[in-house]
Design a protein around this ligand. Sequence first.
Ligand code: NAP
Length: 328
Amino acid sequence: MSTEFRWGILGTGWIAEMFVTDLRATGIEVTAVGSRSQQSADAFGSRFDIASRHASYEALVADPEVDAVYVATPHPMHAANALLAIAAGKHVLVEKPFTLNAAEAAEVAEAARRAGVVVIEAMWTRFLPSMVRIRDIIAAGTLGEVRTLIADHDQLLPSDPEHRINNPALGGGALLDLGVYPVSFAVDLFGAPVAVTAKGDKTATGVDRQVALILEHDGGATSVLHTALDTQGANTATIVGTEGRIEIDSVWYEQTSFTVYAGKGSEVVERYDETVVSRGMQFQAWELERVVAEGRGESELLPLDESVAVMAVLDEARRQVGVVYPGE
Ligand SMILES: NC(=O)c1ccc[n+]([C@@H]2O[C@H](COP(=O)([O-])OP(=O)(O)OC[C@H]3O[C@@H](n4cnc5c(N)ncnc54)[C@H](OP(=O)(O)O)[C@@H]3O)[C@@H](O)[C@H]2O)c1
């Protein structure tokens, strides 16, 4: 891709470090970083050799040397930060979950369309080479009619009540941080569900600790999903069709390998072993650059309406489990 496209990083936390590490390793240009403090902007800037270091998000989005802003703040800030960048005429890659809820997601999508800028949710899994290959296999009909997705995303995360994963004020809970991956995968495969059933429980801080979900899709397909923030899950996924299945190895939502079984005896018809070295966060940046360069407006791999649909599923699951965030 072009090395002339310039990225600005909004927020200097953990995932911003992962993203910039992959961008730097693949020759993508990062010209600026913005933080709530000059000290953090300077520390991040010197660590990654980024020339412009801004002491506010407002100054970052106003930087004329920035073409696209990557929003890497906690979920409750995503909508406001994305809207700030859109208002400044920037393209935006917004960390997952796209926003805190579907109402915010719809507002960001509408603002992006009105401003004519490209906005994509940084659901990086969608853009990985393994997922591109999986979509091709399904489209080729190897699995027959695809009927079921079974997937989990369970991690043992810090138990500190102040940590953003446990803190309602920072959008804590398993669903928005982890469950968003299998829900997004289900929506990718089968479209928005027609019915959502969720059972779960909460942490002492009042966010969802674990949730089991069943999504029913048009045409009879079903997604069986699980997420938890305090267990060490298999983190595997299986896509099941009438003629075969794909078993995606742990960790399914990262760069990984998978096996395709098909035919009467469930023979192995393809084994995919990932060869790309890195976390794989550059693929979503390349996708945004491509969409801008080709004037397509939106990513076909992750259209805005799908990000809104994913948030609507998470809203409904939270409603059934009884998780409400401050200000909602
Ligand atoms: N794609 C992935 O694999 C992946 C993995 C982890 C997280 N994420 C997503 O990335 C987002 C950030 O997660 P993270 O783990 O990087 O969080 P983090 O380490 O806590 O960093 C968040 C950053 O946001 C900024 N920020 C703005 N307002 C804040 C507030 N009120 N409290 C705390 N920080 C605030 C801070 O940067 P400044 O101080 O510089 O302003 C902070 O460093 C989340 O939405 C999460 O879902 C994605």
